[in-house]
Ligand binder design. Structure first.
Ligand code: SF4
Length: 245
C-alpha cells in the first residue's frame, strides 16, 4: 500500500500557497465532462490509499503561491486555450481549503468555471469553498475497490454540502466489487437527489494493480444503481485511451 499522505513536517494549513504536483493542459478523461479541454491543477497528496490509484504521490511537490498558480493557469490558457474550466484535482485539493479560498475567486474573476475533483470525505473543507465551486466530481469510495474502510458517513456529510452547487458522483469499480456496494452508493446519492448523474468507472490496470472488472460485470452494476437513480452511465478513463495525461 502506498502512503498518500504528505510528510508530517509539511504545513497543512498553508494559506497563501499549496503543494502542487503539476499544472498542465489536457482533455478531461473522466465523468460527465469527458473530452472537455481544460487546465488541470493537481494538488499533491491525499489522506487515502486506494489500491487502484494511478496518481502516486510526487517525490518533490512544488510549493506555489496562489498568484503563481493563477499565473500558470493564465499562461496555459493563453498558449493552449481558451478553456472554459479549470480542474482542481489531486491528490485531494480540499487538503488546501485555505489556499483554495484565495485561488478560486481569482480563477472566476479570470472567466473560468471551477471544477473540483474530490474523494468526497472532507465536508468541512468543502463548506469553506463551496461558494466558488461550479461543479464537483465527487467520488464515493467503495470498500471493495479501495481496500479501505467504508466512508458512508463522510460521504453523506459531503453530499449535504455539495448539493448547494452542481455535482455528479463517480464510483470506481474493480473485479472485487459486489453489486450491493454500488447499490448502497446509489441509495445514498438518491437520498439527496434521484437525478444525480452517477458514473460507474471501471478501474484501469496500473502498476501492480490488475483487478480491473470484466465487461460482463458491468450490467449488474448498472442495474444496482438504476434501482435508485435515473442517470446512470459507465464511463472509463478516456485519457488513457487517447494517450494523454
Ligand atoms: S485515488 Fe484519489 S483518493 Fe485514492 S489514493 Fe489516489 S489520489 Fe488518493
Amino acid at each position: 500500500m502506498i502512503l498518500r499522505q504528505r510528510p508530517a513536517t509539511s504545513d497543512q494549513r498553508l494559506t497563501g500557497s499549496a503543494e502542487i504536483h503539476e499544472i498542465f493542459f489536457s482533455f478531461q478523461g473522466e465523468g460527465i465532462l469527458v473530452g472537455e479541454p481544460m487546465v488541470f491543477v493537481r494538488f499533491a497528496y491525499c489522506d487515502l490509499a486506494c489500491r487502484f490509484c494511478d496518481t502516486p504521490p510526487p517525490k518533490t511537490p512544488t510549493l506555489m503561491a496562489i498568484a503563481e498558480i493563477a499565473g500558470e493557469v493564465s499562461r496555459l490558457n493563453a498558449a493552449e486555450g481558451p478553456f472554459r474550466f479549470v480542474s482542481l484535482t489531486g491528490g485531494e485539493p480540499l487538503r488546501y481549503a485555505a489556499a483554495l479560498r484565495g485561488l478560486l475567486p481569482r480563477l472566476i474573476d479570470s472567466g473560468f468555471k471551477t471544477y473540483l475533483e474530490s474523494d468526497g470525505t472532507k465536508a468541512r473543507e468543502l463548506e469553506e469553498v463551496i461558494q466558488w465551486v461550479h461543479l464537483i466530481a465527487m467520488d464515493i469510495k467503495l470498500p471493495s475497490s479501495t481496500g479501505m474502510r467504508p466512508f458512508w458517513t463522510e460521504h453523506e456529510s459531503f453530499l449535504n454540502v455539495a448539493r448547494r452547487t452542481e455535482y455528479f458522483i463517480k464510483v470506481v469499480v474493480t473485479g472485487s466489487t459486489p453489486a450491493r456496494e454500488v447499490n448502497e452508493a446509489a441509495r445514498l446519492a438518491a437520498r439527496f437527489n434521484p437525478n444525480t448523474p452517477f458514473i460507474i468507472q471501471p478501474a484501469s490496470p496500473f502498476g501492480d494493480f490488475r483487478d480491473a472488472p470484466g465487461a460482463d460485470a458491468l450490467p449488474a452494476f448498472v442495474r444496482a444503481a438504476r434501482a435508485h437513480l435515473e442517470d446512470v452511465r459507465v464511463i472509463g478513463q478516456n485519457h488513457k485511451l487517447i494517450g494523454v495525461r
